[in-house]
Ligand binder design. Sequence first.
Ligand code: PGA
Length: 232
Amino acid sequence: MKKQYFFVANFKSYLTFKEEIKWCSNNVKELAILSQDNKIIICPSFVSMGLVKGIELGAQNCSNFGVGAYTGEISAESLAQLDIKYCLVGHSERRQYFNETNENLEKKIEQLFKNNIVPILCIGESHQEYLTGKTQEVLLAQLNVLKKVSKEIIIAYEPIWAIGTGLTPEVEYIDKIYNFINKLMDNKYKILYGGSVNQDLAQKLKQFTKIDGFLIGKASTSFQEFKKIVLS
Ligand code: PGA
């Protein structure tokens, strides 16, 4: 059977509300066709989620807490009511700009599990850590949040220095890291790659590694670019 790859589009805050709605409504039919052979998950901002129909959506983040007095937060329970089945957790931009720690992430994962949402845990090393050979040590510490996890999760390996930079590691390097994570996790979870994914890289990774799919930022904001990656 042909492998079904994951293609997760992370719009971040690149698109405005109107642009997100336009992106989704213009491409519902084509996405339905692409979804016949692929698992496609679109992660727009919270404001768009309730208005998009006919597309499988994921969230970019969720609250550490359940419903309650947490001004400005969006609970996993609300996401579940919108039929959201996936949620990014611990994206490097959230770790960097919003000080997310492993402790926060454990709480988010717990909230998501309670609401039957699959967390997509993002992990990755900085350029300095990459250059000094610390990648595996860093990933090991980040993966510690999964020590008590027994339900389905997805791991997205995203070297921080490859995110939004156009720089990407060698395919052999990504393969090595994929195998490292896979072994550590006893082959239990799907593992995606993210960081300046384009058609060419996706094609190579499909050919030379066992990667289960891709987390796509900037390139996903253009439907044509995203489609090329899906069809790679
Ligand atoms: P990028 O972002 O594709 O723009 O590098 C990927 C991500 O941050 O998830």
